[in-house]
Ligand binder design. Structure first.
Ligand code: GLN
Length: 196
């Protein structure tokens, strides 16, 4: 059975588990690197990216997550997870996993509008997705291999690079599972590709 992990070191883990299960596949909380061998794709949840990075280092996840991606297994980063996936972060010397060719800005929508909702049309996924933003980052620029899936106020807030997907918002916080379902389809396709 298709099994999708949620990195469970910190952040919005439970909500992702629920939405993966609602899409009809198995969901597992990932707390140890050995568990990566048993899953077909992984979600990096929202939370706080510097805290998550600290925990990624102390549990030895950094190179293991990078290898997971290099094997062709899909990874979906939401909010802080998006920051972890970028290969450049504005105002910081070093990035984290460096999986996607894009530069991100943290807490990009400012303090006054720390949290808000917006209805977005997301390429290939939904015409009218209610996106929940919480101290969200945005994508400042992307390389040629990255597809922009949607923007909010001319800022890129969802993108895909092959088997990597990211959103600046939290798709798991609404009952609308279409973004997570899209990722589940990416994982199912990759299982077929990796088996052939
Ligand atoms: N601003 C947070 C960070 O920089 C991300 C916020 C979120 O994941 N909701 O990590």
């Amino acid at each position: 059975m298709t099994t999708i992990g949620v990195l469970a070191l910190q952040g919005a883990v439970r909500e992702h588990i629920r939405s993966i299960e609602e899409c009809g596949v198995k969901a597992v909380e990932i707390k140890r690197v050995e568990q990566l061998e048993d899953i077909d794709g992984i979600i990096l949840p929202g939370g706080e990216s510097t805290t998550m990075r600290r925990l990624i280092d102390s549990y030895g996840f950094l190179s293991n997550l990078q290898d997971f991606g290099k094997q062709g297994k899909p990874i979906f980063g939401t909010c802080a997870g998006l920051i972890l996936m970028a290969d450049a972060i504005e105002g910081q010397e070093n990035a984290h996993l460096g999986l996607m060719n894009m530069k991100v800005a943290r807490n990009a929508f400012g303090r006054q509008v720390a949290s808000f909702e917006a209805e977005l049309a997301i390429n290939q996924i939904a015409e009218d997705f209610n996106a929940v933003f919480i101290r969200a980052p945005y994508i400042v620029e992307v390389g040629p291999e990255v597809d922009v899936l949607t923007t909010y106020n001319e800022r890129i807030v969802a993108a895909q690079q092959g088997h990597y997907l990211c959103t600046a918002f939290h798709p798991e916080l609404t009952d609308d599972n279409r973004v997570v379902a899209y990722f589940v389809e990416m994982v199912k396709k990759s299982i077929q590709t990796l088996a052939s």
